[in-house]
Structures are given as structure tokens and as C-alpha cells.
Ligand binder design. Structure first.
Ligand code: GUN
Length: 281
């Protein structure tokens, strides 16, 4: 049976560290502030936004909520971002994605001051990641690096396979693993013989958005398997992109869903908010 990588416990450690950092700043008279923008009422977004605001409160970070109507214009949203960019007390600006179809996510992300882009989605921060400059890292891939390191799993020289090539997870994940001196393969929907590729992995990271797609036959015995997916099944239970029951018989270590990668994403977002305030002192 595979060892379970407890994302909830590791995220709790990181949140404790952030909370201590926030308290230190508070003692010097500084407040950390995150502006959270949600457009419309997508049910999944409502859950994510509620969790982010709740976590802010637990760590002493002030959150300012902007709940906008589904039919707000792109100009209206860009104007709000412009105002928040100018406010010295705002350290982070988070626009919950996805946005309604009439608004360009690209234009909206590009409008955020890169120094307040705590999601790490702005092209400046993406570019900084590619060249190894200082910038904000996106929470999910940065959280996965922390999960591995804090579980004592070495990355240097390992064969890592990332399944999925999104801007939010797959691409930055590959780059972060490369920076840790892994040999990295990015597989995706056009990859031929996917199982043959994934079976090379010492560390397999799956972000494909398909429930239970990765079964035991995709996994080398003893491999570390990180599951980024989260889906609600018909029986209302949550599952990942990895068939947990099947893969845990083959893998050496595995993240559960829920309680694996998910809590890490929020913890890293909070760490970015603290870092943002520190940088503007
Ligand atoms: N939608 C899904 N994941 C994310 C995320 O990490 N940040 C934002 N802003 N929206 C998301």
C-alpha cells in the first residue's frame, strides 16, 4: 500500500508559518490585505472564494470582497482592478476564474499589477518563472514542490512526468521541476502511448481534469503520484484524476482527494500575500 501524502497537514504547517509572519508585521503596525474579486455566482467559484476568505481570516490577513454581477462589462472589471492597483494598502488582487464568456481572462489578468498578482498568472510573473527571476509563483505547482520537499521526496535527477499543459498547472509545474534538476516530460491529450510515458516517472503529476483517468497500469511500482484533479461524482463524493484505490496498490506514495494538493494551493496563496506586503515595506 502506498504512503499517503497528507496535504492538509503540510498546508497547516505552511499556514502556521504565514500566520506567524503576519503577526510579526502586525506588531510593527502593518496589515496584509487581499482583494478578492468574483464575477457571477458559479457554485464551484463560490466554494473556492469562501475558502480563501476564511483562510485569510484564520491567518490574520484582511480580505476585501468584491462580488460583481455576472453581466458586469469588461471595462467595469478593468476599472476596479485599476483602482485596486493604485491602493497602497492592497497587497494582493485575486480574480477568481473562470470569468463569464463576454470578458477576456487574458486582458483581465494582464491588467493586474504584477507586484499584486498573488495568483502568479500575469505574463510578467510567468516570464520571471521561465528565466528564474524573482516573481510570484502560482499556488498549485508551488504547493506541489512544497508537498514533495516537506515529505522528504528528492526531486534532483528524478524522472518527472507532468500530464497536462495548462498555464495554471502543467506548464509552471514542468518549469519548477526543471529548476529542481529533474528530468521533465510533459504529456498531454495528443501524447501517443500515454501509459508508456507515465510509467517512466519516478514522480507523476496529473492535471488532466478527467475523473479517475490514471489507473495502476499508468504507474511504475513505487512511484510518487500527485493528483491535481478534483471532481464530484454522482454519489456526491469527491475524486481526483487518479483512480486512488487502484493506484495506491502500485504507487510508493500518493496524494488523496480531498486533502492532497487542494489545501496547498490556498496555503501558497496566503504565503504570496505575506511576501507581497513584505516587498512593499
Ligand atoms: N480558478 C481555479 N483555480 C484558480 C486559482 O488558483 N486562482 C484563481 N484566481 N482562479 C482559479
Amino acid at each position: 500500500m502506498a504512503k499517503i501524502i497528507d496535504g492538509k497537514a503540510i498546508a497547516a504547517q505552511i499556514k502556521e508559518e504565514v500566520k506567524n509572519g503576519v503577526e510579526k508585521l502586525a506588531a510593527q503596525g502593518h496589515t496584509v490585505t487581499l482583494a478578492v474579486i468574483q464575477v457571477g455566482e458559479d457554485p464551484a467559484s463560490c466554494v473556492y472564494v469562501r475558502n480563501k476568505k476564511k483562510t485569510c481570516a484564520q491567518l490574520g490577513i484582511q480580505s476585501i470582497s468584491h462580488e460583481l454581477a455576472e453581466d458586469i462589462s469588461e471595462e467595469g472589471l478593468l476599472a476596479l482592478i485599476g483602482e485596486l492597483n493604485q491602493k497602497p494598502e492592497v497587497d494582493g488582487i485575486l480574480v477568481q476564474l473562470p470569468l463569464p464568456a463576454h470578458i477576456s481572462e487574458k486582458r483581465v489578468i494582464a491588467a493586474i499589477d504584477p507586484k499584486k498578482d498573488v495568483d502568479g498568472f500575469h505574463p510578467y510573473n510567468c516570464g520571471a518563472l521561465m528565466t528564474g527571476e524573482k516573481g510570484f509563483l502560482p499556488g498549485t505547482p508551488a504547493g506541489i514542490i512544497q508537498l514533495l520537499k516537506r515529505s522528504g521526496i528528492g526531486i534532483d535527477g528524478k524522472e518527472c512526468v507532468v500530464v497536462g499543459r495548462s498555464n495554471i498547472v502543467g506548464k509552471p509545474m514542468a518549469q519548477l521541476l526543471l529548476m529542481e534538476n529533474a528530468t521533465v516530460t510533459v504529456a498531454h491529450s495528443h501524447t501517443r502511448n500515454l501509459a508508456q510515458v507515465t510509467r517512466r516517472a519516478d514522480i507523476l503529476i496529473v492535471a488532466v481534469g478527467k475523473p479517475k483517468m490514471i489507473t495502476g497500469e499508468y504507474v511504475k511500482p513505487g512511484a510518487v503520484v500527485i493528483d491535481v484533479g478534483i471532481h464530484r461524482m454522482e454519489n456526491q463524493k469527491l475524486c481526483g484524476d487518479v483512480d486512488f484505490d487502484d493506484v495506491s496498490e502500485t504507487a510508493g506514495a500518493i496524494t488523496p482527494v480531498p486533502g492532497g494538493v487542494g489545501p496547498m494551493t490556498i496555503a501558497m496563496l496566503m504565503a504570496n500575500c505575506l511576501e507581497s506586503r513584505r516587498m512593499r515595506l
